[in-house]
Design a protein around this ligand. Sequence first.
Ligand code: F6P
Length: 328
Amino acid sequence: MNPVNSIKRIGLLTSGGDAPGMNAAIRSVVRMGYHLGIKTYGVMRGYQGLLSGGFKELGPRDVSNIIHRGGTILKTSRCAEFKTNSGLKKAKLNLDKKLLDGLIVIGGDGTYRGAYELSKVWSGQIIGVPGTIDNDLYGTDFTIGYDTAVNTALQAIDKIRDTAESHERMFLVEVMGREAGFIALDVGISGGAEDVLLPEIKTNLKSISKHLYQAREAGKTSSIIIVAEGDEEGGAFQIAEKLKQLSGNEYHVVVLGHLQRGGTPTSSDRKLATELGAFALLQMIEGKNKVAVGRLRGVLSTTLLSQTWKRKKPLDPFLLKLLPILAK
Ligand code: F6P
């Protein structure tokens, strides 16, 4: 692997919510860069670091023993100032001062939108690597961190099921996903939930209440309902209250929250992060700009950054159909 190369110095950052596997992606970019004679400068705290000029040269030893660690050694943030014109200009000045030819950003849709805005004022090449537990980016079948988050949530749900069954209780479990129900649908299916409440689909609490009543009548003594945090009826606490008013029944609530973002990345996330990190750098060397890398329908691919949020990745329609059939 030794393509003709005009890229000599690149920046690398992680931004937005951390996701397990980000460190494996960092390692892959740095070591592929080292192999190709490219210097990698880590930008600390995402776009905030671009504003303050927080760069750190990274060599192969700086990324030792991080492949198995959750979080991100580069730290991350959500940076409001970066979205302003003066913020973008500051970032451009710092990138130019450091003589960078390109920038690799690892994050979700907010990170990609930031990268796209930056590309309007800075002439270096920019490539996105999909790192978010939400899996809501078009252009890749799965995002880095999603598989780990789903498995973390599933382990928790399995434990809750033991208690639900022993006490014959009904539980609402809230999982992350402000705008996307991928985690909720996935754990709903693999956790055998009674119902899943998703931001993409209008929630009908009356029919959920009726369904739970019928389930009781049919001999079910416990139930688990998954609520994506972005459901339009509210979070799990609000929904429990509304269901109580409809049926008089008590619902126990567990909000999994940030528990889902940490932890050791699964082997799928480490592998995906490793291939996408290296692939991003190789695509930059080939001259690609303003694109995000991904595995799309199983194939390593690039997608225009702007398409990653303009086009919507759909929830699996077959899983959606299966859910009510299997919750009998
Ligand atoms: O984008 C990842 C995510 O974990 C979402 O699922 C969640 O809504 C959001 O980040 C929470 O962000 P923060 O940690 O900034 O509160």
